[in-house]
Design a protein around this ligand. Structure first.
Ligand SMILES: NC(=O)c1ccc[n+]([C@@H]2O[C@H](COP(=O)([O-])OP(=O)(O)OC[C@H]3O[C@@H](n4cnc5c(N)ncnc54)[C@H](OP(=O)(O)O)[C@@H]3O)[C@@H](O)[C@H]2O)c1
Length: 266
């Protein structure tokens, strides 16, 4: 093993990435296609998903299955998982990426907002893992859960997201312990602030007087990111692809910050 060049050896591997029409999910799909993996993805907006899938196929070639599905519902999880397994007949990786930012003053958050956040950020990964683990056990596959640094160190006004992300971290650890005997690895990546549609909504809401690049410079300054810039979705995609690969074969049950040093905890 040692001395070999760092090749990810993902050729032909089947990976399901939720939320692949934008941001980190889209960059991850691109990275996996570049590596020769066969990929399935989903999102709710069917037109945007199909547009993204067509662009990804044109840019990178390879096999990409795109299925409109809302993973915050049991039916949506079933739709994308069943379609992936029926189409490819095997599964080597699952990336629970679909998500949104949801944070505000505690007193303003309604039960409906809590329930929606739990459905998307906890129940979706739980249901997908339950559905996919038999196939992942057969291939000694891997799961990567995309969470946020707030799950480890929740600041004020970070609910409901920081709480559901903390649950995602506990889920990652418990699942990793339980499935290690089957050689299924389970890890989390904890995002700080990364360029994506999520951040662009924030730009349009509160910084529309700036152009996008100036917004990202200003946002890194206001958030006091130690490395002095906002991250790129492609940087997260590299980490996810590595964690899915056998080159990360001794890494399980961990949660890696990818945040330019922003988190106060490791
Ligand atoms: N970017 C950051 O700075 C940051 C920070 C912390 C955590 N994160 C986490 O990183 C992940 C990726 O975020 P991003 O920044 O790349 O966001 P993004 O650009 O907004 O992309 C989110 C993707 O998820 C899909 N999606 C959202 N809800 C879904 C649902 N219920 N079912 C299926 N697909 C769904 C979206 O498509 P549709 O809307 O069409 O469904 C889209 O493809 C999320 O879990 C996010 O919370 C990001």
């Amino acid at each position: 093993m040692s001395g070999e060049p760092l090749r990810l050896q993902l050729e032909g591997k089947v990976v399901l990435v939720t939320g692949g029409s934008s941001g980190i999910g889209r960059a991850t799909v691109a990275r996996l296609l570049q590596e020769g993996a066969r990929v399935a993805t989903c999102a709710r907006d069917a037109a945007r998903l199909e547009r993204a899938a067509a662009e990804l196929r044109a840019a990178h070639g390879g096999e990409l299955l795109a299925v409109p599905a809302d993973v915050s519902t049991a039916a949506g999880v079933e739709r994308i998982a069943d379609a992936t397994l029926a189409h490819y007949g095997a599964l080597h990786g699952l990336v629970n990426n679909a998500g949104s930012s949801a944070a505000g003053p505690f007193a303003t958050i309604t039960d409906a907002q809590w329930e929606a956040d739990i459905a998307l950020k906890l129940l979706a990964p739980v249901r997908l893992a339950r559905r996919c683990l038999p196939a992942l056990s057969a291939t000694r596959g891997a799961i990567v859960n995309v969470v946020a640094i707030g799950g480890k160190a929740p600041p004020a006004r970070s609910m409901p997201s920081a709480v559901t992300r903390a649950a995602g971290l506990a889920f990652t650890k418990a699942l990793a312990q339980e499935y290690a005997p089957q050689q299924v690895r389970v890890n989390a990546v904890c995002i700080g602030v990364v360029r994506s549609a999520q951040q662009e909504h924030h730009w349009q809401r509160e910084f529309a007087h700036l152009d996008l690049e100036s917004f990202y410079v200003e946002w890194a300054r206001r958030r006091a990111v130690p490395l002095g810039r906002i991250g790129y979705a492609e940087e997260v995609a590299d980490l996810i692809a590595f964690l899915l690969s056998e080159r990360a074969g001794y890494i399980t049950g961990t949660a890696i910050n990818i945040d330019g040093g922003l988190s106060p905890v490791w």
